[in-house]
Design a protein around this ligand. Structure first.
Ligand code: SAH
Length: 213
């Protein structure tokens, strides 16, 4: 598959739609206009890649809906050179959005099949996260903490303590919390012990699974 002017046109339309749905951050919209989402999907979905919909990827997982990606990214308030931890790499689309915004991205995926496929894809596309590891996101990456931002892209039954502790003071954790459907929740770390919590509406994600291996 290639990236063509036709695709670029569809991305511009998608960015307009997301702006209409309430996304304001121009840097987020610019990333949506730039990252070729159709290349992260199976070729059979190519024609639909720029609809505002989630799609299946391998291992029974999904690539998040563009609105959800934009909403979470906006909440993170990413600045160039911020170090961002992502839990649930999946197709790598959210990772690529963060890279486009100039973040240093540390990302974790627990499905081996997806980890392998997305590793190959990152190499092919020359997307360079600082770290891409196969492992359990509940534990975060203590060796690279603290982070300016942490984004969880699967539904968490509860907020993993390790992730709270790996946030810089002033940093943000954006996490969908809940079992069948989730409330998007943002924690801003005010001090060593204090977090300010905001709840920002309902979403549906595949579950954040605990590592049983
Ligand atoms: N950001 C991805 C979303 C993929 S869906 C995208 O846009 O494509 C969520 C992903 O979280 C799935 O790939 C799933 O395998 C992964 N996941 C679930 N539990 C996890 C855990 N404990 N640690 C790391 N990744 C996990």
């Amino acid at each position: 598959m290639k990236d063509t002017l036709k695709h670029k046109g569809m991305r511009n339309k998608l960015a307009k739609l997301l702006a209409k749905k309430g996304i304001k951050d121009e840097k987020v919209l610019d990333a949506i206009k730039t990252v070729p989402r159709h290349l992260f999907l199976d070729s059979s979905f190519e024609d639909h890649a720029y609809q505002d919909k989630a799609f299946p990827i391998d291992a029974d997982q999904t690539i998040s809906q563009p609105y959800t990606v934009a909403f979470q990214t906006e909440l993170l308030q990413v600045k160039p050179n911020d170090s961002i931890l992502e839990i649930g790499t999946g197709s790598g689309y959210q990772t690529a959005i963060l890279l486009h915004m100039g973040a240093k991205v540390f990302t974790i995926e627990r499905q081996q099949e997806l980890f392998k496929k997305t590793s190959r894809f990152f190499k092919k596309m020359n997307y360079r996260p600082k770290k891409f590891v196969f492992g359990d996101g509940y534990k975060g990456m203590p060796e690279h903490a603290p982070f300016d931002g942490i984004i969880v892209t699967a539904g968490a039954p509860q907020v993993p303590k390790a992730l709270m502790s790996q946030l810089k003071i002033g940093g943000r954790l954006v996490i969908p919390v809940g079992v069948n459907n989730q409330i998007m929740t943002m924690y801003l770390r005010k001090s060593e012990k204090e977090f300010e919590k905001q709840e920002l509406g309902h979403f549906r994600f595949v579950p954040l699974l605990e590592d049983k291996n």
